[in-house]
Write a protein that binds this ligand. Sequence first.
Ligand code: HEC
Length: 234
Amino acid sequence: MINQIRISGYLLAACASLTVTMAHAVDDSKDRGKSVSDAEFMQAVKESFLTENPNDFKRFQDPTLTTCNQTQDQPSPKQASEILQRERSSIQLPKNGQYMGDWKQGKIWVEGAHGGRIGFPGFADADHPSKPNGANCYACHAVDPNFPQNGNMGPSLTNYGKLRGQGAAIVKYTYEKIYNAKSFVPCSLMPRYGAGEGHLLTAEQVADITAFLLHPDSPVNNPKQETVAEAAHH
Ligand code: HEC
């Protein structure tokens, strides 16, 4: 449990509701069936945070995640509209005012898994603060069909721009969804990349990723390139 907290880093913020639910089922056979109070759980989480970045723990004190955890991701209509309103108010445009950035840069951010890990200072796998953060979208989505693997918690984004076009409304939606997924789905499992304390990505990075999903030249919207090995099978 605690190891998982250290490893999953920012994904944990998105999955906190799941984690809290799991924490109620104690895994040690002699303790099986015993339940752990929320206070005990938070204490254990706090003790495992050997990081010097105060933003790391703040992720657990977020009012939106608190509501989602308490309601097991089933907020009442009133709670849901409070969340949507609060999350929407976090969204900011890049400095140049453009929702679409550079898709080639976006490809790098989408693939990157750097940033947001919760680890020991000086831990071998700790994220070096001088490197820009990545988004690790492949943990949950198929995106570029040439990328070797992907998770499937979220829907496939392959051909996203081909299927939806590049109209103003879809460009704005895509930017805002990546910036703050919970401004559309109150207890979305997708991280709020641009929002919150110690946000993971800059507005410019979100715009680059928007372009990666939508630009007609992006590999997302083009057929998979055959590898040499695949071509040899013909
Ligand atoms: C922890 C898993 C997770 C990660 C990481 C993640 N997403 Fe998602 N994403 C989801 C889930 C689950 C949904 C569907 C629920 C929702 O809409 O919030 C979703 C929905 C979306 C949608 C809306 C799709 C539609 O049909 O309108 C877009 C766009 C999207 N994600 C883009 C991204 C991008 C780009 C990244 C990386 C910057 C990313 N996601 C990272 C889980 C994730």
